[in-house]
Write a protein that binds this ligand. Structure first.
Ligand SMILES: Cc1cc2nc3c(=O)[nH]c(=O)nc-3n(C[C@H](O)[C@H](O)[C@H](O)COP(=O)(O)OP(=O)(O)OC[C@H]3O[C@@H](n4cnc5c(N)ncnc54)[C@H](O)[C@@H]3O)c2cc1C
Ligand code: FES
Ligand code: FES
Length: 1512
């Protein structure tokens, strides 16, 4: 019997508190409406705003990470303050407690606009201007992040409704959202187009006139105008010379006009829509006691300080205590991820003024401990204008700019930062160094007054997360002393990513100087660090070494030596990065010294004190150390996009349907006339754009709960390399609300087949007892309950026992696997052409010419599909901190986590599965097998995914099957939306690679260098199960050559089996890992041969008629046009690459601590599934009698715009408007036996299959059309055809030509194979054609910290004749940024030999946004230009288009190679090659620079070859 009530003894308190004036039901307002008392009464303590909103059906607000790291859940809360001011703020609904919204107005994305609801007429919409801008500027792809981004922008405009937002403010504060699809540029454009001051963007010349508004623009030759025109491709936007140009500037100007004309003063709407009823701040206290089946809890909201302190006196000593909560950005994380239970929560109301005010006195800033960090930031911003306050206000402000995100700062408080005592808190070291003090308040006796105690911040931290605070005390305020004459303060922070990231090392430094004779003496110095110890620490010994010393370089050099001893950490220190952290600390000190020199100089120059000692002069080149991102203005991101004038090109269809052509009409000319426009070739917006932007787009987890719904949570193995001994489910079953627990035995009872796996059936649904646990996080079973919270609680309660029967350690890294020879040897493939490379590479000469040989190894890391992974610790706190690592558990999920709703029907004999998957048929197949249900009785439906990128190609199936098992057994619908940790533990990611190479090139008489022979041995880390590891390795082998001709070639790919979770498909599918190898080798050879890398690359590119090592010939009829050399030359000339290299060299010579680097990187990407059978696709097309068309095809929509393109193809075929064509969902009962949407092939397959179906229908209705007047519309034709009993539905099918796909690795050269045919071509033709492109990147690195920024990226891609240039440009930008992320900041770390501080071994550590970083808004290249190549066509795909999803991914690595170029410059050792591993994290950049500070901090290894410990 399920127990439904939770007994909360605090019910007994209600009467007492009601008597004191407490309310017991909160007042909640959402989207202009007051919620009913019944709804309000459902709000629970410990419930987030997001959970509450979704429970009342507002599913536009998404759960991306659940820990404040992605912004998908952003909503705006509005309230009246006590002085009647209306305040609107964006917040993360996944953390904000619903009860904290008491008396406030909540606006969700549904509340600001709708696509159709509320529109004036059927052909209009009701979009908010922000939504309109995002739709029109292609700001959404999968759309999962979109509502959150729109609400973040809405919140920024709402934060100041008097003045419309300006661009700088926008750029400063749009920092709390992540998007994995778009690459952000279009979102920046959309957001900027709404601002007040777009005209400020763009150059204005010395003449004072804005260039683009100047009537003389075409003839003016001033630099500003020339540069501007260059940026716009010589064009102001629009069609110019057969190319359509648009640029950020022209777009935002145009859109502003539209917005101004259409929407009036729309930014004032938040004020206007604020409910009149909420006339004043809610000041009546509140008590809510939860008695529901959930975890219960009690919420107090007192309205005076005395009440608050009384509550602490009464409840803090009791069992369960009393937890103060303000922003809940720490407490929320502890509750959700550490499963901390806080039975009583208290949140003081804002009427407790002393806790919320920020004021300045003559001597101090007084900061109320609960005032939001945003209010402190804005207070400091204002005080920065004042000379006296500036010295304190500026560093606080600068640090807060990079503290979390706007959404977090809007709610989080300083008291929370202090009380949490995170060792990597950003504010605590600052406050400690500044000499701030904390005022603690308590009321030990009910009849007494308030006791106050003051303690210096530096003494507040007693140990790891322990502070000097009694349980009845509350931090009332922080007092920060102002700084005096010759006193300087500076903040320092280095994180993995600049924006919204917790520090690796953070510091505050303060110094007071005094003049003495002819010198400046260090009168006082205070240095505090975070990230260097288990708590915030003062650098006491270093301070001692500096105090009283002369203010000069040598004092600091000596102090650095002291610091190196003071903070040297053991190699296995928790958090790792021992050498980097020490280097950072010392580098910060050097920066601080130079900062103070500059500040002193300024102060002395403006001082009225008589004679002062001279100020030190620092070398010009040292100056570059001073500037850092902390105080620098955030960049304006913009760029140009250009594509050839749209046209309806004819491609494969011409030859494919040849023979039919004379019989089948291409389109109805009359109907086409009525549409006025062709559909194919147009840059139309994503078909679901308006739905994405209004939150009305439905994802798997948004499907309304069916009756009797149960929620699931997986039981996961907590260790590996052990036997699963027993699973005791009884503790879970005892939890109220748990309905059932299902394991392997239940599958047996069903008669199902437990085995899983896309190629080898080497995996299982639920691990049987007695079998070996292969990886941490392996699925052992599923718990289902009345809510997700309950199911999760149940899963945690299941008692799992393991027995340690295996010797040795789990194999984790590729090196471990090589040592243990843990390989899938059956799938080791080899490719050979030309002579014996071993022999060749042992020579020193070839035909009398020098053979230069290089040898080495290359590593590229893994990658998580999305990365909105929740970290256990809010500040992720602990990441690098020196914490008991046993507490760390992984928490992860995709932006849209894997989600399934399984609904049984007909007595459990049928199953309908709504899954977020790229592979409906695979999902159907395994759900059927495992539940022992005929496939014909299992229907899998998929509307859209919130991103896929390969992560939902095979690994999504596991969770769908688990839900299906539970649904079938319980005969009730089951929803399983994976929690962060679960998702990460099952889904794996991109394969890491290690490659050993030897390569040789011949130096020709003219000095040019010709590639001669390559020998590479590739190993990839497949994890514990095969999944797609073999095919990923195959694609890597097919891409090792990249664009270069190696006459002698030998490669071997060995898939490695380890104890990591099974790795799987990820955009590029091994291709990028292959291409990276060659690009490294090209750099190595260029250095060894002392020639330019650009020249080496260009001289050795394939030319027409050359062949790849796998036997594909470049040229018409074979692979089609070979365009890479042309694009390379065009970019080389257009961008003046030599000039830019020279400018970078000049910059580098002038700046010791900042270096620039440049790269020009080409790519060719093979299009086709390498498994031949997969190159097929079907489509079902229905023509209805109103002339509209419904398509179902085998592909799935994950944001890539597949449905939009397929609709364009069908609309073109029927000659009807695009709006008349619709794709609903992907469903296995409409199109069966589909292959996963992958390999970038979907438009090629389903475009053609749809065309096939359209042609069949057109052929059938042709006689009817002939019988009607020539101008008859399609609806008239269709109606008549229906009455004449003509079938208006057709199933279309397409398979890639038999000779243009498939490759048999094992096939030996057949007898008599023609001698003139390329070597290896007898094995097959693995690709239909190549998508090609080149990228230029220019970066700047900060040598002292390892920070980098991308100044410029220019990308040109040959995508044939684009069906939709806007979608293709979106794919290119998104792929570029994802590739840039993979190769720079995204680093996956496992517990292995290099990371023994993570436990247990083999567990993945990077499971949260705090540890795993994808690029954010601020990481986009400042200038980001993308062009589609002109005059490109492709006879091998529909409408002459080319696949685009994956190919541009590798181009993002141009940023990596540019960073490498910059690091090379910093090392400044001519002729030296160094192995620079991928990704180029700040740690790798910093340590590779190998300057004197870094080398002093490296303990044992020789500093030149030191490799920070990445994980591969
Ligand atoms: C996504 C994300 C990013 C973050 N980024 C950063 C970052 O860049 N830098 C950084 O330093 N931190 C960061 N944090 C950590 C966190 O935001 C801060 O520690 C914040 O200051 C906590 O404030 P809060 O109001 O949310 O605390 P809450 O979660 O409400 O409370 C935290 C703790 O403080 C106690 N507390 C709060 N106020 C008082 C008081 N007045 N008296 C006594 N105890 C009190 C609470 O009882 C609780 O134990 C991040 C967190 C998240 C979720
Ligand atoms: S920030 Fe709330 S879901 Fe990611
Ligand atoms: S559109 Fe942003 S995550 Fe997909």
């Amino acid at each position: 019997m399920v127990q439904l009530a939770y007994e909360n003894e605090d019910v007994a308190l209600v009467g007492r508190f009601v008597e004191r004036g407490y309310r017991t039901i909160p007042s909640l307002w959402v989207n202009g409406q007051a919620l009913t008392p019944t709804q309000c009464a459902q709000a629970r303590p410990n419930q987030t705003l997001l959970n509450f909103l979704r429970s009342i059906g507002l599913t536009g607000t998404k759960l991306g990470c659940g820990e404040g790291g992605c912004g998908a859940c952003t909503v705006v809360i509005s309230k009246r303050t006590n002085n009647k001011k209306l305040v609107h703020q964006s917040v993360n609904a996944c953390l904000f407690p619903i009860l904290a919204a008491d008396g406030m107005h909540i606006t969700t994305v549904e509340g600001i606009g709708s696509w159709k609801a509320g529109a004036q007429s059927s052909d209009q919409d009701n979009l908010h201007p922000i939504q309109r801008a995002m739709v029109d500027m292609h700001g959404s792809q999968c759309g999962f992040c979109t509502p959150g981004i729109i609400m973040a922008i809405y919140g920024l405009f709402a934060s100041n409704t008097e003045d419309r937002l300006n661009i700088k403010h926008l750029e400063e504060h749009l920092d709390g959202n992540l998007c994995r699809c778009t690459g952000y540029r279009p979102i920046w454009d959309a957001a900027r187009s709404l601002c007040d001051d777009q005209e400020e963007v763009g150059a204005s010349g010395p003449c004072g006139v804005k260039c683009r508004e100047c009537p003389e623009r075409e003839s003016c030759e001033m630099d500003c105008n020339v540069e501007e025109k260059k940026q716009e491709g010589g064009c102001r936007g629009g069609l110019c010379g057969g190319v359509v140009h648009s640029c950020t500037e022209s777009k935002v100007m145009e859109f502003k006009q539209v917005v101004d004309e259409t929407y009036g003063e729309w930014w004032k709407r938040p004020d206007e829509s604020f409910p009149n009823e909420l006339t004043s701040a809610q000041n009546e206290p509140l008590l809510v006691v939860d008695t529901s089946v959930h975890s219960g809890g009690t919420w107090f909201q007192p309205h005076t300080l005395e009440e608050l302190l009384d509550l602490f006196r009464e409840f803090a000593p009791q069992e369960g205590g009393l937890k103060l909560v303000v922003g809940n950005t720490e407490v929320g994380i502890e509750t959700k991820f550490k499963h901390a239970v806080f039975p009583r929560l208290v949140r003081p109301m804002e009427s407790v003024h002393t806790l919320y005010e920020v004021v300045e006195t003559d001597t101090h800033f007084y900061v109320g401990a609960c005032s939001s960090l945003s209010s402190l930031q804005s207070f400091c911003h204002k005080r920065m204008a004042d000379k006296k306050s500036m010295k304190v206000a500026a560093p606080i402000h600068d640090m807060l700019r990079w503290f979390a995100s706007t959404q977090i700062r809007n709610v989080a408080c300083l008291g929370g930062n202090l009380a949490t005592a995170s060792p990597i808190s950003d504010m605590n070291p600052m406050l400690a160094a500044m000499g701030a003090t904390i005022v603690l308040a308590s009321r030990p006796r009910s009849d007494g007054g308030i006791d106050r105690r003051t303690i210096p911040v530096k003494d507040f931290f007693l140990g790891y997360r322990t502070v000097d605070k009694k349980e009845i005390e509350v931090i009332e305020r922080v007092e920060i002393p102002l700084a005096g004459k010759f006193e300087y303060i500076a903040p320092f922070k280095q994180a993995r990513r600049r924006e919204d990231d917790i520090s690796i090392v953070t510091s505050g430094m303060k110094m007071k100087l005094r003049p003495e004779g002819s010198s400046w003496i260090i009168d006082d110095i205070s240095i505090a660090f975070g990230g260097m110890a288990p708590k915030t620490v003062m650098a006491s010994k270093t301070m001692e070494a500096l105090a009283g010393k002369t203010f000069e370089d040598s004092s600091f050099t000596e102090a650095r030596a002291v610091m190196q001893n003071e903070f040297r950490m053991p190699e296995d220190v928790p958090g790792g990065q021992a050498e980097y952290r020490l280097t950072l600390a010392c580098s910060f000190l050097h920066k601080f010294y130079l900062h103070c020199v500059n500040e002193l100089k300024k102060e002395v120059e403006s001082s009225d004190v008589g004679s002062l000692p001279p100020v030190l002069v620092i070398d010009n080149e040292e100056e570059s150390a001073v500037a850092g991102f902390l105080s620098a203005q955030k960049p304006s991101i913009g760029g140009t996009q250009s594509f050839p004038e749209p046209k309806v090109a004819t491609g494969l269809e011409e030859s494919h349907f040849a023979g039919d052509n004379d019989k089948v009409p291409k389109v109805s000319e009359a109907a086409k006339e009525s549409t006025k426009m062709d559909s194919v070739g147009r840059p139309v917006t994503h078909a679901s754009g308006p739905l994405h932007c209004t939150g009305e787009a439905s994802y798997a987890d948004d499907i309304p709960a069916p009756e009797n719904l149960l929620h699931g949570s997986l039981i996961l193995a907590s260790k590996c390399h052990a036997l699963l001994e027993s699973i005791d489910i009884t503790p879970a079953l005892k939890i109220p609300g748990v309905f059932g627990v299902f394991t392997h035995q239940d599958i047996e009872k069903l008669g199902g087949d437990n085995r899983m796996g896309p190629i080898l059936l080497d995996d299982v649904t639920f691990l049987p007892i007695g079998e070996k646990v292969d990886f941490v996080g392996q699925v052992l079973g599923i718990v289902v309950g009345l809510s997700q919270e309950i199911a999760e609680k149940g899963a945690r309660a299941v008692n799992v026992q393991y027995s340690e029967e295996f010797e040795g350690n789990p194999i984790v890294s590729i090196e471990d696997a090589i040592k243990a020879e843990s390989f899938w040897t059956d799938f080791r493939h080899e490719m050979k052409r030309g002579g014996d490379v071993n022999k060749i590479l042992s020579q020193t000469e070839v035909d009398g010419k020098e053979l230069v040989v290089v040898e080495g190894s290359i590593r590229s890391g893994g990658q998580e599909h999305f990365c909105e992974y929740a970290c256990l610790f809010g500040d992720c706190t602990l990441l690098i901190s020196l914490i008991p690592v046993a507490f760390i558990a992984p928490n992860t999920s995709d932006l849209e986590p894997n989600s399934t709703l399984a609904i049984p029907s007909e007595s459990g004999t049928n199953l309908t599965i709504y899954a977020s998957t790229q592979a409906p048929t695979k999902t159907q197949d395994f759900c059927a097998r495992v539940t022992n249900t005929p496939a014909a009785r299992v229907v899998v439906r998929m509307k859209r995914m919130g991103g896929g990128f390969g992560g939902k190609e095979t690994r999504s199936v596991f969770s769908s099957v688990a839900a299906a098992v539970a649904a079938k057994i319980s005969n009730r619908p089951v929803r399983l939306t994976l929690n962060r940790d679960t998702d990460m533990s099952i889904t794996g990611g991109r394969h890491a690679f290690v490659t050993y190479y030897k390569a040789g090139a011949i130096v020709e008489d003219d000095g040019s260098v010709k590639l001669h022979a390559l020998d590479v041995k590739l190993f990839n880390n497949g994890g514990a199960k095969f999944d797609l590891t073999g095919p990923v390795m195959d694609r890597a082998l097919f891409h090792v050559d990249n664009c270069y001709n190696w006459p002698n070639f030998h490669s071997v790919g060995t898939p490695c089996k380890t104890s990591q979770p099974p790795h799987t498909a990820f955009r590029g599918f091994g291709g990028p890992q292959g291409m990276v190898i060659t690009e490294h080798i090209m750099d190595h050879l260029a250095i060894k041969c002392d020639i330019s890398g650009d020249k080496l690359r260009r001289d050795n590119m394939y030319t027409m008629q050359d062949c790849t090592p796998f036997g594909m010939r470049f040229g018409d009829g074979f692979t089609g046009k070979w365009n890479v050399p042309t694009i390379f030359d065009e970019l080389f000339t257009k961008l003046d690459v030599p000039g830019r290299r020279a400018a970078a060299a000049e910059f580098n010579a002038k700046n010791k601590w900042k270096k620039r680097g440049v790269a020009l990187t080409p790519t060719k990407f093979g299009i086709a599934f390498t498994a031949k059978y997969m190159n097929q696709g079907g489509a079902l097309v229905h023509l209805y009698t109103d002339g509209t068309v419904l398509i179902s095809h085998g592909g799935t929509e994950m944001g890539q715009g597949l449905h939009t393109k397929v609709c364009q193809v069908a609309a073109q075929a029927f000659g009807i408007p695009l709006d008349d064509v619709y794709v609903n969902d992907s469903s296995t009962d409409k199109v069966a036996n589909t292959i996963p949407s992958a390999a970038s092939m979907s438009t090629d397959l389903y475009g053609m299959a749809t065309l096939d179906a359209c042609k069949q229908i057109l052929k059938r209705i042709q006689p009817i059309r002939d019988s009607l007047p020539p101008n008859a519309k399609l609806c008239e034709v269709a109606k008549k055809a229906f009455f004449e009993r003509v079938d208006l539905s057709a199933h279309g099918f397409f398979a890639v030509d038999n000779n243009r796909c498939g490759y048999d690795w094992a096939k030996e050269r057949p007898e008599g194979f023609p001698i003139d045919q390329p070597e290896n071509s007898w094995k097959g033709h693995p690709f239909n054609y190549f998508t090609q492109g080149v990228a230029f990147a220019e970066v700047e690195i900060d040598v002292l910290t390892g920070d980098h920024k991308t100044i410029h990226a220019d990308v040109v891609v040959d995508v044939g004749s684009s069906i939709n240039p806007a979608i293709d440009i979106g794919q290119i930008e998104g792929a570029f940024i994802q590739g840039m992320g993979w190769s720079t900041i995204e680093e996956v770390v496992y517990s292995d030999d290099d990371h023994t501080w993570i436990r247990p071994r083999a567990k993945v550590f990077t499971t949260g946004p705090g540890t795993y970083k994808i690029p954010a808004f601020n990481d986009v290249p400042e200038k980001f230009n993308v062009s589609l190549m002109q005059n490109a066509d492709n006879p091998f795909a529909v409408h002459s288009s080319k696949a685009v999803g994956e190919p541009p991914f590798f181009l993002g690595c141009s940023v990596f190679f540019a960073i490498k170029d910059a690091v090379t410059s910093a090392r400044n050792k001519k002729g030296e090659y160094f192995e620079f591993r991928m990704p180029a994290t700040s740690e790798r950049i910093r340590m590779a620079c190998n300057d004197e500070i870094a080398s002093q901090c490296i303990a044992k290894e020789s500093s030149g070859s030191f490799q920070p410990k990445g994980s591969f």
